[in-house]
Design a protein around this ligand. Structure first.
Ligand code: MSP
Length: 676
């Protein structure tokens, strides 16, 4: 009977589809993907889950703002997230959406079970609610409070800085308090449950010791969620809905729970540090109440931050993975992210560091090692790599030992999901192999006919080192390892890591005639500038002058309009309410059945973009002349439908003597910039 492969179940958090994912969010998925690939290469039967967390007030509001139905909005966003994972070659086995029918049904079953068991009861909730964080806070948890003249708290800010509002609503509660002692004990008996360990102390000291409060698990203040069975004015609040994904994705609560039987409990839930609490307090308690075993590890990683702090759209310091992948390739991008985040701590992204890592680690150290090796094998041995001979050099043993040590160290670190250190270990071998070239001086050996066997031994040692390096890079880099093997004339099939050893390589290979650099060297100044130009803050600075000009244009045309129509002057605060933005026209067309109307698709700096209708067909019979142009739009006009088409704002145009021209903004403005 064939022996069953051991199983391994790893999950990412499910992402809020409320905006475009940046390199910070992508880190979690890339990290899990590297781990999943690593385990597969070690002979595990892996199930790798990711998905989207699609319910909640924030999504409902976002859709509403765009004049869309929530379902329509999340469909579009989930598709764009799936596309991103494809671009990043993520090998997830399943993508769960919390709006999937099977998930919603299972959540209702889970909820009902809690009610039936008496774990959930109905009560009334009063608290300070932050829409942006989707979280309630007690007064003492608020970072800032506003008081009236009598000192009564009337508002405030959540620790995240977001505004909170006082909300009172009927709510169902989960009796978390009942399980606090059990959880404390569980932590004691399973010291590796939360990693890094410091986070376990945080949970104990900040949440368990002060006393666990019962958790409000439903809301009546919005509709976009799973309805509570038999009480549909309540929707299940996001965390019960969201956390359950890890078991519903495997079929828990459905007719077919084979995957659940096979893969639960999860081996690893990988999550960012701010959601460790939900995964290590509420989730274990929910599972325990369901009578299910707990995940083996919850790993809380740090944030990828920017020099000026957290990455955020409002700060304008966001980098999107597509930008890096398009310019530097997928492998460089994945390598950087995995290497930049030390286990459990925050990592800092900077354009300088990115270009340095591409140049030093990838182009110089690794790229040159391959280039030099291929070039020397061509030059000295007609491109032929011969299997081992009896010759040796005094440096072979150390290189071999380094490779063996690196393999062990790397595996150990990858098993612990210490990605940055694991990659650092691989670079020990890269450096050792480069040093080996300097020590053995193949160009000297080549001059001496009696040293032919030694030279051949050196070449084989280099190829063997590169093969080990390629093998160890497979989890982090989907493409480069194959390319390394191709250039060396070796099999491009995945290399199993189970029994990887320096010497299991006996083939006689023909290397490629001319190796191409796998990671081209980059001009530091140019690339730092390029990356900065893609970060909105910097663009803001750069484009300020151009923006000023655009503003003047807009004001001038507004003034002109004022004068020509005799409109009354308005105060600046009234003008300030108008949100003017730069947008790029990506497509333009006539609206069927409407002579005057044109419809424009625009890139307004958001993932969704927007459509604007404008009655200027008379002046633009061929609207395609406007495609690719930057224009200025009024971004906060209430969306409205015209001829069955949605118009989400207004585009500025200038008019004189019956002639109309769209106000074109300079090319170097970036869609999404506000015109102030
Ligand atoms: N929907 C919840 C998770 C529910 S899981 C049952 C959520 N979603 S999220 O989209 O806001 O965040 C998803 C993940 O992205 C989190 O693990 C979060 O820590 C991570 N990151 C968001 N910004 C990040 C960085 N700047 N750096 C690293 N990870 C970051 O929370």
């Amino acid at each position: 009977m064939a022996t069953e492969k051991p199983t391994y179940y790893i999950t990412t958090p499910i992402y809020y589809p409320s905006g475009k994912l940046h390199i910070g969010n992508s880190y979690t998925t890339i990290a899990c993907d590297a781990e999943a690939r690593f385990k597969r290469l070690n002979g595990y039967d892996v199930f790798f889950l990711t998905g989207t967390d699609e319910h909640g007030l924030k999504i409902e509001q976002k859709a509403d703002k765009l004049g869309m139905q929530p379902q329509e909005y999340v469909d579009q966003m989930a598709a764009s997230i799936k596309k991103l994972w494809k671009t990043l070659k993520i090998t997830n086995d399943k993508f769960i959406r919390t709006t999937d029918d099977y998930h919603e049904k299972a959540v209702q079953k889970i909820f009902q079970k809690f009610v039936d068991q008496g774990d959930i009861y109905k009560g009334e909730y009063t608290g300070w609610y932050s829409v942006d964080d989707e979280e309630y806070f007690t007064e003492s948890q608020l970072a800032e409070v506003y008081r009236d003249d009598n000192g009564k708290v009337i508002g405030g800010k959540a620790p995240s800085g977001h505004e909170v509002q006082l909300v009172k609503e009927e709510s169902y509660f989960f009796k978390m308090s009942k399980y606090a002692d059990w959880l404390m004990n569980y932590y004691k008996e399973h010291p590796d449950f939360i990693e890094p360990h410091t986070r376990m102390n945080e949970m104990v000291n900040n949440f368990l010791k002060p006393g666990l409060e019962d958790l409000a698990v439903t809301r009546t203040s919005f509709n976009w969620g799973v309805k509570v069975p038999n009480d549909p004015k309540h929707v299940v609040y996001v965390w019960i809905d969201a956390l359950s994904n890890y078991i519903t994705a495997l079929g828990y609560g459905s007719d077919n729970d084979e995957l659940f039987k096979k893969f639960w409990p999860a081996d690893v839930h990988m999550v960012g540090k701010e959601i460790v609490r939900f995964h290590t307090i509420y989730w274990p308690i929910m599972l325990h109440a369901l009578g299910l075993p707990l995940p083996k590890h919850v790993i809380g990683h740090g944030w990828l931050t920017m020099k000026d702090g957290k990455m955020s759209k409002s700060k304008g310091n966001v980098i999107y993975p597509e930008t890096l992948v398009d310019r530097y390739g997928l492998d460089a991008t994945r390598y950087y992210l995995l290497r930049a985040m030390p286990f459990g701590n925050d990592g800092v992204f900077s354009p300088e560091d990115f270009v340095d890592k591409v140049n030093f680690d990838l182009a110089n150290d690794l790229g040159n090692l391959l280039n030099r090796t291929v070039a020397m094998i061509n030059k000295y041995q007609d491109g032929k790599l011969v299997a081992d001979n009896d010759a040796t050099t005094p440096y072979d043993a150390d290189l071999e030992q380094t490779a063996a040590d690196v393999i062990d160290e790397y595996k150990d670190l990858m098993n612990k999901t210490h990605f940055a250190d694991a990659l650092a270990a691989v670079w020990k071998l890269v450096s050792r192999a480069n040093k080996y070239i300097d020590e053995t001086e193949p160009w000297v050996l080549a001059k001496d006919d009696s040293k032919k066997a030694e030279l051949s031994d050196v070449m084989t040692h280099l190829a063997k080192s590169l093969r080990v390096i390629a093998a160890l890079l497979q989890p982090a880099m989907p493409d480069a390892p194959k390319e390394i093997c191709r250039q060396l004339g070796l099999s491009e099939e995945p290399i199993a890591l189970t029994s990887l050893a320096f010497n299991d390589f006996s083939a006689t290979a023909q290397v490629v005639k001319k190796g191409t650099p796998i990671f081209p060297r980059r001009d530091v100044k140019e690339e730092v500038e390029f990356i900065k130009s893609k970060m909105t803050t910097n663009e803001k600075k750069k484009g300020r002058k151009a923006m000023e000009e655009a503003k003047q244009k807009v004001q001038a045309s507004a003034k002109q309009e004022d004068e020509s129509t005799g409109k009354k002057a308005i105060r600046i605060d009234v003008f300030d309410k108008v949100e003017l933005k730069v947008a790029k026209i990506t497509a333009a067309d006539h609206v069927e059945g409407a002579d005057k109307l044109l419809k424009f698709q625009m890139d307004d700096g958001t993932a969704e973009g927007r459509q604007i209708l404008s009655g200027i067909a008379k002046w633009y019979p061929d609207p395609s002349v406007l495609v690719g142009k930057n224009v200025v739009i009024v971004a906060n006009l209430k969306p409205r439908k015209m001829r069955g088409e949605l118009s989400q704002g207004m585009m500025l145009s200038a008019e004189k003597d019956g002639d109309v021209k769209v106000v074109i903004a300079p090319d170097d403005l970036v869609p999404g910039m506000s015109v102030e």
